[in-house]
Design a protein around this ligand. Structure first.
Ligand code: 13P
Ligand code: SF4
Length: 300
């Protein structure tokens, strides 16, 4: 009942305010299934943000996702319900770090994961997500790239391409916690289980999984291969959201919670729409260059 009041209020506010809600796959099921208009992985959210016609965009996700939506919609109001919804990867690197990397490796292009601030994107040549990282790296037609800030994503992409990749030492606090012991225990306890690992996981985890891909790629795999029993080594809400649509499949946990994604609730989405909080603004000197990096990725 508590949820129902907020859901009804949010649906009414969306109509009154000509607003849409973008929700990442890691949002809890009541947000993902009951109030979101657009859902997906980081790449899908960026692509779809570029086509939104509503005047107000609420991002049910983390701050870098709201910044990306604002970069692509400079004349719209973009709201993030909790300013504390950050990301350990985005926090691991600054614009100054990227400038120093360029000095150390002159002429080597910088590929930047979207899990970064707009200021870091502004110092970059092109962005990528986990859904297109290899294609972005190879699109540059060079033998060597710098890829920031996720060390594990960089190593996992390097395993699949001839391009040499210079990595940074950032990690996702959710995915870095999966261990080989987790995988051994899973295979012992659930014979025949299919293991899907997000590419932010350590390389030894990805190497032991049947499949690795972005959250959208994991969903595609489940729908295409229809495994009897599967584990998604990623954030907990991912399995919850996919399991709702696929009751015939057994979803085994473990999973890890992202404390940043979990700061977004129905209550603060409602408050965001009622009180315009918190409006995302990006300094003009940063926005133009950051937008170019995102649009270059989207144009591929
Ligand atoms: P994707 O949804 O792009 O796979 O990203 C995962 C993630 O950790 C986003 O914060
Ligand atoms: Fe950042 Fe990891 Fe949380 Fe995604 S899951 S927002 S990469 S800390």
């Amino acid at each position: 009942p508590a949820f129902t009041n907020d859901i009804e209020a949010i649906l009414a506010l969306k109509r009154d305010r000509n607003a849409v809600i973008l929700a990442h796959n890691y949002q809890t099921p009541e947000i993902f299934h009951c109030v979101a208009d657009i859902v997906g992985d980081s790449l899908a959210l960026a692509r779809k943000a570029a086509t939104v016609e509503a005047q107000v965009i609420v991002v049910a996700g983390v701050h870098f996702m709201a910044e990306t939506a604002k970069l692509l919609n400079p004349n719209k109001m973009v709201l993030i319900p909790d300013l504390g919804a950050g990301c350990s990867l985005a926090d691991s690197i600054t614009a100054e770090d990227v400038r120093l990397l360029r000095q150390r490796y002159p002429g080597v292009p910088v590929v930047t994961y979207v899990n970064t601030s707009a200021a870091v994107k502004a110092e970059s040549d092109i962005c990528c997500t986990s859904g297109n990282a290899r294609a972005v790296v190879e699109s540059l037609g060079v033998p060597r790239v710098i890829m920031v800030p996720d060390e594990y994503l960089a190593i996992n992409v390097a395993a699949d391409t001839d391009v040499e990749i210079i990595a940074w030492r950032g990690h996702c606090e959710v995915h870095e916690r999966f261990t080989s012991a987790d995988i051994r225990e899973l295979r012992d306890a659930h014979p025949g289980v299919i293991i899907l690992a997000h590419p932010e996981c350590p390389p030894e985890i990805v190497a032991q999984a049947e499949f690795s891909g972005s959250t959208a790629a994991m969903l595609d795999y489940v729908e295409r291969e229809k495994p009897v029993r599967v584990v998604l080594l990623t954030e907990c809400s991912m399995s919850d959201n996919v399991a709702v649509a696929h009751p015939e499949i057994e979803f085994i946990r473990p999973c890890n919670l992202c404390p940043h994604m979990k700061r977004i609730t129905l209550a603060n989405i409602r408050a965001a729409l009622e009180e315009n909080r918190h409006e995302v603004r990006i300094a003009a000197g940063i926005a133009g260059r950051a937008r170019r990096s995102v649009e270059r990725m989207l144009s591929l």
